[in-house]
Ligand binder design. Structure first.
Ligand code: ATP
Length: 599
């Protein structure tokens, strides 16, 4: 799996990647055509103005043709109106196309990223991806919108004005044409260094943004550890770096602009001096010189604007390239070409000689030749030290990763041959860190089965021992729970996650018991909720509670990616192996408590 942005340095710093936007533009041919017509109309009108001015100078002020001056002014007024209408239409079309395309890209990138397998997120920071979705798309919006139209208008104006300069006076134009390479060549190389600096500024900002993202999400932990000052310093330094990088880019941009304008206007002034000599010598009319002057100003200023927007266009090209890379990222967990349908759900699970290492850590095996079967309706507890590979079993069963060797089957079918959605339909998971979304309680529970009725949601909540606390809230099921459910207690969050799994009603349940201690009352409620969830389902539970291992049909003891012991609590304690030691550490307090109660 490649890290996005890794190929950055090798990438051609041209505006070619903007070509990636062509398919999006094609979807809106009508609007693009409207924009081009408006652009050309505005440019042609601007280019026609100097002709009217020359005719006015050469003939309009002639006493013999007094009537002509009125018709010239009327013609100029009409042109100005056409220019105004064309410019307004250009603005409308171009900006709308920018907004339209960026909405499409945002949606497509989001759809794609949310479907990438977790191995992608192992090597890419979520803050970085969010920055692609917001900052890069915004840059493309301004490029497709304003910048591209400014560039196109100036290109048409520049080419048209140069053409008209040649028509107006070939002699003066030849001097200008010789001057062009002298001006353009240094501009191109200068432009390159500007682009390099802008890219550096952008990357530094992306770093600062992912830091801010992470810190804000962890604000409680940061405050609890009095880490605000350190975080402020860190972010301050990152933002300062971004500012310095941006300033370097701005400095070169301003130098580039100054240089371009000096060179362009310097040569125009020189040419005009020659023209003025010609007028004095009687070889050129004053109107022709005026017309030439206007065309050179148009050509010069449009060239200047072109050099200014070029940097922005290439920045947007970089953004398009990065987004293209993200869209080209292929998830290793693909749906098979000819998916096998799963049989009637039973809830059987088989791991057969599974060897697995995480793609981001190829050197370190997480599971070594794991084999076990879980019969329909059986409850199997997985026990093992931290890092033994317990959660990895869940990740493989949900097909977040594929094992490098061996196979995982559900209801007798190897899971890589079925549609991932069909597989996940059969599994409900209650993770240790419950995910609560910043929406209503109803929506959080209904996430287990979109479209569930209010009664179904309420029934699931009741089975999860959550209905009572929810009903006591002012807005009941419509209560908004805040980001990550901050307004709920740990036990309440867990019961909502359990309600969600109950609503899903899948034949296989994966349960990662929370290690965090709950108060006795919450603990009892959560325990009761889990009991109704586990009823008549195949359950694999990463166990941290004595009550759970006592109730399990079987316990698998995992050590460094291998199953080292298997049996019931009693038999394993009698065996006196790893489990007996683990149980003494993990469950001792609970065992003592039970004995006290018994007394
Ligand atoms: N996404 C990942 N990328 C790389 N390595 C990982 C990833 N997740 C886990 N590991 C590694 O794989 C091994 C098994 O991890 P796993 O999370 O399955 O352990 P666990 O038994 O569930 O531990 P715990 O009880 O602490 O949650 C560990 O060495 C861990 O560092």
């Amino acid at each position: 799996m490649s890290e996005i942005g890794q190929a950055e340095e090798k990438r051609n710093r041209s505006i070619r990647p903007l070509g990636r936007l062509a398919p999006y533009l094609k979807r809106y041919r009508g609007m693009v055509a409207g924009a081009i017509v408006a652009l050309v109309a505005a440019a042609v009108t601007s280019l026609a103005l100097p002709i009217a001015v020359r005719r006015m100078i050469d003939h309009g002020f002639d006493q013999a043709d007094r009537g002509l001056i009125d018709s010239y002014f009327i013609a100029i007024m009409i042109m100005a109106l056409i220019l105004a209408a064309a410019s307004a239409l250009r603005y409308y079309f171009v900006i709308s196309i920018g907004e339209r395309i960026v909405s499409d890209i945002r949606r497509e990138v989001f759809d794609h990223v949310t479907r990438l397998s977790p191995s992608f997120f192992d090597v890419n920071q979520s803050g970085e991806i969010v920055s692609r979705l917001t900052a890069d798309t915004t840059q493309i919006k301004s490029a497709v919108g304003a910048t591209a139209s400014v560039a196109l208008r100036n290109l048409i104006l520049c080419l048209g004005a140069v053409g008209m300069m040649i028509v107006t006076s070939p002699k003066l134009s030849s001097i200008v044409l010789i001057a062009i390479p002298v001006i353009v060549l240094p501009l191109v190389s200068f432009g390159r260094s500007v682009r390099k600096r802008s890219r550096a500024a952008q990357d530094t900002l992306a770093n600062a943004s992912s830091y801010a993202n992470e810190t804000i999400a962890a604000s409680r932990t940061i405050q609890a550890y009095n880490g605000e000052d350190a975080a402020s310093r860190h972010y301050g330094a990152a933002v300062e770096n971004a500012y310095q990088a941006a300033r370097a880019a701005i400095t070169s941009r301003s130098l580039l602009t100054g240089f371009a304008i000096t060179m362009v206007f310097g040569s125009i002034v020189a040419v005009l001096w020659v023209g003025a000599q010609n007028v004095l010598a009687g070889t050129m009319s004053a109107g022709t010189l005026g017309q030439f002057l206007l065309y050179s100003v148009i050509a010069g200023s449009s060239l200047g604007s072109l050099s200014e927007v070029w940097g922005e266009l290439s920045q947007a090209a970089g953004a398009a390239d990065r987004l293209g890379e993200l869209l080209a990222e292929v998830s290793p967990i693909a749906a098979p070409a000819n998916p096998v349908p799963l049989p009637q759900p039973e809830g059987r699970v088989d791991f057969s000689d599974v060897h697995f290492f995480y793609p981001s850590r190829p050197g370190r095996s997480a599971l070594h030749g794991l084999s076990f079967s879980v019969k329909p309706g059986e409850t199997v507890a997985i026990v093992g030290a931290s890092g033994a590979g317990k959660s990895t079993i869940f990740s493989l069963l949900l097909r977040f990763y594929d094992p490098q060797q061996g196979s995982v089957s559900v209801d007798g079918v190897v899971i890589s041959s079925v549609l991932p959605e069909a597989l996940r339909e059969r599994i409900a998971i209650v993770p240790q860190d419950t995910t609560i979304f910043a929406t209503s309680i109803h929506d959080n529970i209904a996430f287990g089965r979109p479209g569930a009725s209010r009664d179904e949601v309420r029934a699931a909540a009741a089975a999860a021992q959550a209905d009572e606390f929810i009903s006591r809230l002012e807005q009941g099921y419509d209560t908004q729970v805040g980001e990550r459910g901050v307004t709920l207690s740990g036990g309440q969050r867990q019961r909502i996650a359990i309600a969600r799994a109950i609503l899903k009603n899948a034949p296989i349940l994966l349960l990662d018991e929370a290690t965090s201690a709950l108060d006795a009352e919450s603990e009892t409620l959560v325990q009761k909720a889990l009991e109704s969830l586990m009823e008549a389902r195949t359950t694999l539970v990463i166990a941290h509670r004595l009550a759970t291992v006592l109730k399990a049909d079987r316990i698998l003891v995992l050590d460094q990616g291998r199953i080292v012991e298997e049996g019931t609590h009693q038999s394993l304690i009698r065996h006196g192996g790893i489990y007996a030691k683990l149980a003494r550490l993990q469950f001792d307090a609970a065992i003592e408590e039970r004995m006290l109660i018994a007394k």
